[in-house]
Design a protein around this ligand. Structure first.
Ligand SMILES: Cc1cc2nc3c(=O)[nH]c(=O)nc-3n(C[C@H](O)[C@H](O)[C@H](O)COP(=O)(O)OP(=O)(O)OC[C@H]3O[C@@H](n4cnc5c(N)ncnc54)[C@H](O)[C@@H]3O)c2cc1C
Length: 404
């Protein structure tokens, strides 16, 4: 495999697949190398804010995605102990009217399927079982050493996730920070869930050092449930207890609705929550990071994937403007995206803290949030959801159709 391509994308997650679609639409030949044996997503839900749908529109896949989405009527932040609503974000028609796109939730495999199908349509070469091991930018090309041999390309887009090897190689060792939280998830048939909890909304319950979030998928036929739990809190007193036992104990003081959902969780698998401290340099020469490898964030604003999708569009805009000068294109990409992604990382971390407060901070949170009306909440997010604030679509992609 020494045949040259214009761009190698390392990593076939949401970021890498979106970047491949965008770059191919800008007329580049693209090859994705994915270390896993198939291009596959874990079978849980993901939230896609209006900013992601703006990007999908420019990538020509807006409708295909929306056809597989559910559109919740509201996002509700509630106190997990008292059951009180703290904040309500209108998501239905009001969101679409204000931002031109809806707030949607989708089953991750469905999103992957659309992205992979779009890659195939655009002629992207998809290679599995192919791990990027190292790379060398010679100044005139990038040589990529993979588990399937050496590949060459004019440029490398490293979308290899939060534990990115490429980031270490490009900007030095930066170990992601483990936040001391683990997440447990579940998807269950909606018919199993008590009817009064099966509402068409994204509900986030804020608890002391824990949270729960749930929303319906697939037109309301599936219930997606996630909890986050701080394993550092009370660790000494709870030594010897399993995560499951500790979670049930942590949620003992929660309101009935929250406690009623705990039996539906899948305790067989969990995710360690980690993030990276924002970095300024994502690109050097003919190599750039993208998505979580550049700006992994906590999921408190449900934006990690949305930011990767925005990256993909902006990257393709920069590449199509800079012609064959990839170093210039990547410098521009880095500069156009840096402040925005850093802001989302920062705000996500702030929200993460706010969601999990204890003691007197709970009263502070209540007093801070209770003053906002639904319309205020909708407006407060204009910096995030508005297409122009997101810096998207400054240049239409030419969409150069590829033969074959
Ligand atoms: C519990 C939870 C809930 C979340 N909810 C949301 C949400 O609602 N909305 C939202 O927008 N975001 C959400 N996120 C964040 C979102 O999942 C990530 O930000 C997003 O998936 C990042 O995509 P990515 O393509 O950059 O990285 P990844 O999804 O990590 O993909 C990286 C890919 O690269 C491959 N890879 C890694 N190393 C190599 C290598 N050396 N060679 C080749 N391939 C390699 C991996 O196998 C993988 O396929 C959530 C995250 C968590 C943990």
């Amino acid at each position: 495999m020494t045949q040259q391509t214009q761009i190698i994308v390392a990593g076939g997650g949401i970021g890498g697949l979106s970047a491949a679609v965008a770059l191919a639409r800008a007329g580049r030949t693209v090859r994705i190398v994915e270390q896993a044996s198939e291009f596959r997503a874990i079978g849980y839900g993901i939230q896609l804010g209006p900013n992601a749908h703006h990007a999908f529109r420019h990538l020509g896949i807006e409708q295909e995605i929306l056809d597989r989405c559910s559109l919740p009527e509201a996002g509700v932040l509630a106190n997990a102990v008292t059951g009180e609503t703290l904040l309500r974000l209108p998501m239905g028609e009001e969101m679409r009217r204000r931002y031109g796109q809806p707030y949607a939730v989708i089953h991750r495999p469905d999103l992957h399927e659309v992205l992979i199908e779009a890659c195939r349509r655009e002629g992207v070469e998809l290679i599995t079982d192919c791990e990027l091991r190292s790379f060398e930018d010679t100044g005139s090309l990038v040589r990529v050493d993979t588990s399937k041999g050496t590949l060459e390309a004019s440029a490398l887009v490293a979308a290899d996730g939060i534990w990115s090897k490429s980031r270490t190689a490009l900007v030095g060792p930066e170990t992601p920070e483990r936040l001391g939280y683990v997440a447990f998830r579940a998807v269950r048939p909606m018919s199993e869930i008590p009817a009064h909890l099966a509402k068409n909304e994204v509900k986030l319950w804020c608890g002391p050092s824990c949270h729960m979030i749930h929303y319906p998928l697939h037109g309301g036929t599936i219930f997606n449930l996630v909890i986050g739990f701080d394993y550092r809190y009370n660790a000494e007193a709870e030594a010897g207890m399993s995560y499951k036992e500790r979670i049930l104990k942590r949620f003992e003081g929660a309101c009935e609705d929250v406690r009623g959902l705990l039996p539906y969780l899948d305790f067989s698998r969990f995710w360690e929550i980690a993030t990276i401290t924002p970095i300024s340099t994502w690109s050097k020469g003919r190599v750039t990071l993208l998505g979580d490898s550049a700006h992994a964030m906590v999921q408190a604003m449900a934006q990690g994937a949305c930011q990767a999708i925005e990256d993909a569009l902006v990257l393709a805009e920069c590449v199509s403007t800079a012609d064959e000068d990839y170093a210039a294109a990547f410098r521009e990409f880095n500069s156009r995206r840096l402040v925005r992604a850093t802001r989302v990382q920062y705000m996500s971390r702030f929200m993460w803290e706010l969601i999990h407060v204890r003691g007197a901070y709970v009263d502070l949170r209540q007093s801070m949030l209770s003053r906002f009306r639904d319309s205020d909440t909708l407006e407060m997010l204009s910096w995030l959801y508005d297409e122009h604030a997101a810096g998207l679509g400054r240049k239409e992609l030419p969409h150069i159709a590829r033969a074959g």
